[in-house]
Design a protein around this ligand. Structure first.
Ligand code: SF4
Length: 415
């Protein structure tokens, strides 16, 4: 049976060892180790995207990278080359469990309380070593943050670790956001995080699709009781600076429009990072790429060149206000060119002074964004369902065609 034909189940995520079919061929997701790709890895991925895929590369909201447009018959070659780049896990289950986001400036940020990468490495090793943890649900994830700038601590993860004055705080995801339980020492933080994952599995049971935030009160109490002996009470104040763009404090951050890089842009990013004195590209849940710069002049030059190769470096760029999934032709669920139409909408919104959030989705699944947006357009038979202050499953105001886009923003400047 072909790879594509063997994969029709939902509720799992694609990996290098477990590709997922999409409208433009197979998708392979690469999870960077410790949140970073070396420049050799980045260049190798750009070459593979161009040679074996369709050249499109997605940055995901879980700080991963996806190659698109791959074919069944190319998978053995692709996987062999990924192995040469040290980007292949032992097996598909080990790969699927390694859902760990690391603060993108870890080890580069003078304002961080702790370089958390050593803790992240121990957690990744622990996830791979404990076969019981392979029963974690596909989207179950952890994050670890050093408490500095470009902090990811406010992002959602089933288990969160944050460097605080008292050590490393551990939090669990709840419907109201992360609930911080207490702190442990940096040396014990990985052990506590892995204990939290095991306690979740004990509470939720094997082969569960539950997430930490969907556990019953009794099951949450089980997880907490397993962790209580490891934690001391602590105060947690979330770092105030999350997503950052442009040049700042010895690093640079750049966004790809709608999270889509082309192979040449990834090559360009690797060249910029090398010229700026960095050996890595760091990924983030904001679909932005970061790297260190040896000085302000190197950072500014990197920003100037990044702008020229089509990356977003200005926090006021209208494309940052709009989310769009790939749509047609990449995704077979869509009848509309979601990203092409989103670019038109972004230009119209900026021209009319509309500053609100916009979400353009090829279908109601809403892959690009799960939270509500002010203006939501969902593809249907070549037109769009229009909603306001809603998710993609909100109440439909009316059906519109692309010729009605300009009218959507009339009066925005006055309002
Ligand atoms: S939202 Fe629908 S059309 Fe867009 S990528 Fe997801 S499944 Fe495809």
């Amino acid at each position: 049976m072909s790879v594509a034909a063997s994969i029709e189940v939902k509720g799992w995520c694609p990996g290098a060892l477990r590709p997922m079919p999409s409208g433009d061929g197979l998708i392979v997701r690469l999870r960077p180790f410790c949140g970073a790709f070396s420049l050799a890895q980045a260049r190798g991925l750009a070459d593979l995207a161009r040679r074996l895929g369709n050249g499109h590369i997605d940055l995901t909201r879980r700080a991963n990278l996806q190659l698109r447009g791959l074919l069944d018959e190319h998978m053995p070659e692709l996987q062999a080359e990924l192995g040469e780049l040290s980007l292949i896990d032992l097996d598909a289950e080990t790969e699927a469990t390694r859902n760990l986001m690391v603060a993108p400036l870890a080890g580069l940020d003078p304002s961080e309380k702790l370089d958390v990468r050593p803790i992240a490495r121990v957690i990744a090793e622990g996830l791979a070593a404990d076969r019981r943890l392979r029963g974690l649900p596909a989207k179950f994830g952890l994050l670890i943050d050093g408490g500095g700038t470009a902090s990811i601590a406010a992002e959602r993860a089933d288990i969160a670790l944050l460097a605080v004055d008292a050590g490393i705080a551990l939090g669990l995801d709840t419907p109201a956001g992360t609930h911080w339980l207490g702190a442990t020492s940096p040396d014990a933080a990985a052990t506590a995080a892995l204990a939290a994952a095991r306690a979740f599995l004990e509470a939720a049971g094997p082969a569960t699709r539950l997430r930490m935030r969907s556990l019953s009160a009794g099951d949450v109490a089980h997880v907490r009781s397993a962790l209580t002996p490891m934690l001391q009470p602590c105060q947690v104040a979330l770092p105030t600076i999350g997503r950052r763009l442009g040049a700042f404090g010895g690093a640079v951050g750049m966004a790809a429009p709608f999270g889509r890089l082309e192979a040449e842009q990834l090559h360009g990013l690797a060249a910029l990072a090398e010229e700026a004195g960095s050996a890595e590209l760091r990924l983030s849940p904001w679909r932005m790429v970061y790297f260190g710069a040896r000085n302000d002049a190197a950072a500014r030059r990197a920003i100037d060149v990044a702008r020229c190769i089509g990356l977003i470096v200005d926090p006021g760029d209208p494309l940052l206000k709009i989310e769009a999934c790939p749509g047609a032709p990449d995704c077979k669920s869509s009848s509309v060119d979601a990203r092409g139409d989103a670019r038109r909408l972004a230009a119209l919104a900026a021209a009319q002074g509309h500053g609100g959030s916009i979400h353009v989705s090829g279908c109601a699944k809403g892959c690009a964004r799960s939270a509500p947006s002010e203006l939501v357009l969902v593809g249907e038979a070549g037109r769009y369902r229009l909603m306001r202050n809603a998710t993609t499953r909100g109440a439909v105001e009316r059906i519109i065609g692309t010729d009605e886009f300009p009218a959507l923003f009339e009066g925005s400047r006055d309002g």
